[in-house]
Design a protein around this ligand. Sequence first.
Ligand code: NAD
Ligand code: UFG
Length: 333
Amino acid sequence: MKILVTGGTGFIGSHTVVELINAGHEVVIVDNLVNSNKDVIGKIKRITKVRPLFYKVDVENKKALAKVFNEHKFDAVIHFAGLKAVGESVQKPLLYYRNNLDSTLTLLELMVEYDVKNILFSSSATVYGTPEVMPIKEEDPLGHTTNPYATTKLFIEQILQDFVSANPGFKAVSLRYFNPIGAHPSKLLGESPSDIPNNLMPYISKVANGKLEYLSVHGDNYDTVDGTGVRDYVHVVDLAHGHLLALKAFSFDKAYNYYNLGTGKGTSVLELIHAYEKANKIKIPYVIGPRRDGDIATSYADIEKAHIELGFSPQYTIKEACRHAFLYEKKQK
Ligand code: NAD
Ligand code: UFG
């Protein structure tokens, strides 16, 4: 297939591009580089021996994006482009609604104009709000999102449903990611925020490499195995592979499909710290701090639907993810 990947120089996008190229797909990337770097393209080439075409384009910019659609006949779009910092979305809700919604609307309009019928969308476990029952199943209630970022994901899922019902022949698939971690085993691709990381794994990796002094564990009085928050950490390469598998949903009868992508297993903050220490034979200094606003105690996926319908079955262990994340961060300045 010839696939347009928006946000393809980002963390999950770049790993997915590698999987797509390795499976023989032709990839064109658009990204405005607001949260990534163009040198990712050269790294993808080092891994796959293929340099994907890259356009520095803001997906909100219809004229610029139309030029890309004009030059290529795409079979599908994978839409990663978006802003993703939960805390920042609370401070700057309009920025998040503008960027994430506008870019999606522009993309969908062009898909109609250029008759590109298939879209895979990066959704998130946050669309389930504060889930009551674990593991979380796709049919569990959505909504009551706790921040504007999550609400953009919920709105976009609804937009996609409305879009495919109004446009016969069009197909949309939402992939609800749980917590992606790790890095490419080549150490060429990964996640290393230039600011203080919001997420646990990149924070641990900065501490492990001496770039931050210690980790603060956000609360140890939750109703969980050891009192710390429990999440479903999935290796980014497994997640990327999930996108390759999800392309088959375009041939399913239903116009709109949605899947959880996680591992089905919960890991606490302390368990992750200890796994990281063991994998890399180092100590992670940490203190127990207060709870973080908006956090839930536990979140892990039921991945049966993705397993049965798509053949999704994550392969990497938490230990491997910890090793890859450490080695990737070690290579960063
Ligand atoms: P990322 O920030 O590394 O990648 C997103 C990419 O989109 C970046 O390269 C950024 O430059 C680009 N981008 C943002 N707005 C754009 C615009 N208007 N036009 C063009 N490019 C734009 O993030 P990621 O972790 O790779 O996440 C990819 C997608 O998955 C995002 O939509 C994110 O919300 C979603 N997601 C991520 C997580 C996570 O924990 N990482 C979890 C659930 C969902
Ligand atoms: N945590 C700490 N200390 C830190 C950072 C995090 O203890 O410095 C804890 C959190 O309290 C939570 C767990 O580690 O219990 C995981 O936190 P993350 O910030 O890594 O991940 P979240 O589950 O809060 O959210 C992430 C992404 C969202 C995404 C969601 C579900 O940030 O964008 O997973 O996919 F939507």
